[in-house]
Structures are given as structure tokens and as C-alpha cells.
Design a protein around this ligand. Structure first.
Ligand code: DX5
Ligand code: ZN
Length: 218
């Protein structure tokens, strides 16, 4: 499976988002990870539709990987799709009906994904995997950047095995505490899309750090 790096702009300099995105374009990362938080599903509030639209306008060719940490994703997926998302991930632990949210995603052109928190078992996502392009396994409790990596090796392996046994070509994304040390661990377990926020943006040279991350899994 091909490996991808998705840069979480939660750790970017938001006052200078335009120049941060230009840097990302040059750095060779594959997508921008856009974390939407509503202060209810998680204890933090970030940004939403108008910011996503502006990024799409600024960088139309960059893939926008939208991670919805919100209570009622069903209500909003269509608007996020219309605002420029290429992938939309919602949480299975949200209050929206999972199958209805997937059906709503089918009405759009975006890729469909479900995220699971550290305490949610792999099996919870199995019944939905045939309808999905990606599963996001959280390697921290969602809400904040810069947290310590939690090892989800067994969960990733179970999801990858289920996909293989059922001939499902599905991406497995990991999000939280990913750096050059933890990337090989999740890769070995079966993940192929690495989200990285603080590791990328706190580094001196973003392009070099993105390269290190890629080398750690290639
Ligand atoms: C956390 C977010 C992450 C976060 C990752 O709830 O979903 O995308 O930005 O940040 P790092 O890479 O710093 O753990
Ligand atoms: Zn995220």
C-alpha cells in the first residue's frame, strides 16, 4: 500500500496560514489534515467551513482531509463537501446515526471515512468497512495537538486483517503523536496514512521533516 503524509494545520501558525500552506505545498506532503472541533464532542474549538473554503481557494490542488470531531456530523457533511473537502472522516462515537451519515457522504464526491477513539474496539467499524475508503485509528484522545502517542498496534492489525480477509482496499490513517519514531510502529501494524501536526510544524525545516517521516515508513 502506498504511504501518505497528511499535515495537521492545528499546529501551524494560524496568523500566517497562507505562508504555512505555501510551505506545505513545497514540502511534498500529500494532504492537509483539517481538524474541526465543536467544544462538545471534544474539549476544544477550532475552525470550520469558511476557513476550509479559503484554503481550497488558495490551494485548489492540495487534498483536504477533514477530520470532524463534532457531535452531529450528519448535519454538516454535505456543507463540508461543498466547501472543498476531499476526504471526510466522522467519529463513530458521535451522536449521528452511522449508516445515515455514510449514506449522506455517498451523495457527495468525497471519500468516506470513520474515526475511532483509543477506547473504541476495532470490531465496531467492521460492519461499515465495505462502505468506506478509510478508517482513522486515533493514537491519542481527540482534542489537542502535541499529545503523547498511544500504541494501537493490535487495533490497527485487526482492521488491516479484516480488510485483507474481505478484499477491501481501504486506507488506514493514524492521528496523534506521529513522528519519525512512532511512524514505523504504526506502519508495521498496517497503517498507511500518517497525520502529523506538532512534529512537522515545530521543526526548523518542514520539508526535511516531512521527508524524514516518509523515509521512516518507506
Ligand atoms: C487531535 C487531532 C490531531 C492533531 C495531531 O485531536 O485530531 O489531528 O492535530 O497533532 P499531533 O501530530 O501533534 O499529535
Ligand atoms: Zn485529526
Amino acid at each position: 500500500m502506498q504511504n501518505y503524509v497528511s499535515a495537521s494545520i492545528l499546529s501551524a501558525d494560524l496568523l500566517n496560514l497562507e505562508s504555512e500552506i505555501r510551505k506545505l505545498e513545497k514540502s511534498g506532503v500529500d494532504m492537509i489534515h483539517f481538524d474541526v472541533m465543536d467544544g462538545i464532542f471534544v474539549d476544544n474549538i477550532t475552525y470550520g467551513l469558511p476557513v476550509l473554503k479559503s484554503i481550497k481557494k488558495l490551494s485548489p490542488d492540495m487534498l483536504l482531509d477533514v477530520h470532524l470531531m463534532i457531535t452531529k456530523p450528519l448535519k454538516y457533511v454535505r456543507e463540508f463537501a461543498e466547501s472543498g473537502a476531499d476526504i471526510i472522516t466522522f467519529h463513530i462515537e458521535s451522536k449521528s446515526n452511522t449508516m445515515r451519515t455514510i449514506e449522506e457522504l455517498y451523495k457527495t464526491n468525497v471519500k468516506r471515512a470513520i474515526a475511532i477513539k483509543p477506547d473504541t474496539p476495532a470490531e465496531s467499524v467492521f460492519p461499515y468497512m465495505k462502505y468506506l475508503n478509510m478508517v482513522l485509528v486515533m493514537t491519542v484522545e481527540p482534542g489537542f495537538g502535541g499529545q503523547k502517542f498511544m500504541d494501537m498496534t493490535d487495533k490497527i492489525k485487526k482492521i488491516r486483517n479484516y480488510a485483507d480477509e474481505n478484499n477491501l482496499a481501504i486506507d488506514i490513517q493514524v492521528d496523534g503523536g506521529i513522528d519519525d519514531k512512532t511512524a514505523p510502529v504504526v506502519k508495521k501494524a498496517g497503517a498507511n496514512i500518517l497525520v502529523s501536526g506538532s512534529y512537522l510544524f515545530r521543526s526548523e525545516n518542514l520539508a526535511e521533516t516531512a521527508d524524514n517521516l516518509r523515509k521512516a515508513v518507506d
